[in-house]
Design a protein around this ligand. Structure first.
Ligand SMILES: [Fe+2]
Ligand SMILES: [Fe+2]
Length: 186
């Protein structure tokens, strides 16, 4: 299993390093790895399978990293890409289904009726990374989207607030200080 994980890590990191990745290599160092770490930390709270959470975290934004055109629906393309990769390495089918399910429900901007424990854990780990990564949000706003000072500030604040609402109450308590400090500045 460790080998499959290493392969997947390598593939996702390579995709992050590619010129075609519009987010830049930062998305690997400042988002994907954080979501993996947050997922490990949160898995016991959600009674989630840590292995499923880890694969889902590694692959949750992979579709949009690979192809900008897939960003808008990356929760739909993500599971398809994840299945292709995991199948190639002989990962068990029922585990692939669990990874796909978690990726399909990870977004705050898309209404989700019900999530698996792993899906809920991933969604919280993803949102937590946005709250912990205010400099990354500002980088996205000012450098990537080329926004002006106030436009970027308002955009980052709205994104933070969406991420906050996505967190379960006990997870909000973990990052409450950072969130409140960020809101004061923004
Ligand atoms: Fe995402
Ligand atoms: Fe993400």
């Amino acid at each position: 299993m460790k080998n499959i994980k290493n392969e997947i890590e390598h593939i996702v990191e390579q995709a992050c390093a590619a010129d075609t990745n519009i987010f830049g290599y930062n998305i690997w160092t400042h988002h994907i790895l954080q979501v993996v770490e947050n997922g490990k930390q949160l898995a016991p709270r959600f009674d989630a399978n840590p292995e499923i959470v880890e694969f889902a975290a590694l692959l949750h934004d992979y579709a949009s990293i690979k192809d900008e055109a897939l960003y808008a629906d990356h929760h739909i393309h993500g599971p398809i890409e994840a299945e292709k990769l995991l199948k190639r390495f002989g990962y068990p089918t029922e585990k692939i289904e669990a990874v796909k399910e978690a990726i399909a429900t990870h977004r705050a901007s898309v209404t989700v009726v019900h999530r698996s424990a792993e899906g809920a854990c991933l969604a919280n780990a993803d949102a937590m990374s946005h709250i912990e990564g205010v400099p990354s949000l500002l980088y996205l706003a000012y450098v990537h989207h080329g926004m002006g000072i106030d436009e970027g500030r308002i955009w980052a604040k709205a994104k933070l607030q969406r991420s906050w609402r996505k967190l379960r109450e006990d997870v909000q308590n973990i990052v409450r200080d950072r969130y409140e400090a960020a809101l004061k500045i923004l």
